[in-house]
Design a protein around this ligand. Structure first.
Ligand SMILES: Nc1ncnc2c1ncn2[C@@H]1O[C@H](COP(=O)(O)OP(=O)(O)OP(=O)(O)O)[C@@H](O)[C@H]1O
Ligand SMILES: [Mg+2]
Length: 179
């Protein structure tokens, strides 16, 4: 009998890491630190939104999947451009089908899901100023979230503690690079 192997082994080369989770879970904070620690480029999914999406979110309306299509396509293009040279992108990636779309880009992906108690996330959101995501959308994000499934390469990383501590936790959760 052979030892159990991961359902979706990461291919040779460096995976692109997608830091996922609801608004306020710390994707931008931890994603930037992770990229720095790994010495790979960082991208912020928010920067890939068309202006119309930002306006919609600013008005307090959640995006629908039609709005999200060009956004996900642009992130997928960035991922494809990275190839197997690695990278970190922060992207809520709440639904399985959004993650499937990003996986279509080609390079192996590893999802780091930042997760924690709603009260903690709400407190961090409340402390954050001048950001286009109103805190009222947290509840709908939590309802929308579809956790990683067993066949998806990734790990859940708890968000208690400081940013460096969370980055350490995320680094420890990454797969050993087979290269
Ligand atoms: N570990 C932490 N301890 C304390 N504050 C934190 C921590 N991580 C992030 N923060 C703060 O919490 C707020 C939310 O973090 P961040 O903006 O990184 O979340 P996000 O997941 O990128 O949110 P969004 O999806 O809205 O872009 C920020 O003000 C950030 O500075
Ligand atoms: Mg962010």
């Amino acid at each position: 009998m052979t030892a159990a192997s991961p359902p979706r082994p990461v291919a040779a080369g460096r995976p692109v890491i997608v830091v996922m989770g609801v608004s306020g879970s710390g994707k931008s904070t931890v994603g930037g630190l992770l990229a720095e620690r790994l010495g790979v480029p960082y991208a912020e999914a928010d920067d890939f939104h068309p202006a119309a999406n930002i306006a919609k979110m600013s008005a307090g309306h959640p995006l629908d999947d039609t709005d999200r299509a060009p956004w996900l396509a642009a992130i997928a293009d960035w991922i494809a451009e990275r190839g197997d040279r690695g990278g970190v992108v922060s992207c809520s990636a709440l639904r399985r089908r959004y993650r499937d779309r990003l996986r279509q880009a080609g390079p192996p992906l590893f999802f780091v899901h930042l997760d924690g108690p709603e009260e903690l996330i709400a407190a961090r959101l409340a402390a954050r100023m001048q950001h286009f995501m109103p805190t009222g959308l947290l509840q709908s994000q939590i309802e929308t979230l579809e956790p990683l499934e067993p066949d998806e390469a990734g790990a859940v990383v708890p968000i208690e503690g400081g940013p460096q501590q969370i980055a350490d936790r995320a680094l420890a959760a990454l797969p050993a690079t087979p290269v």
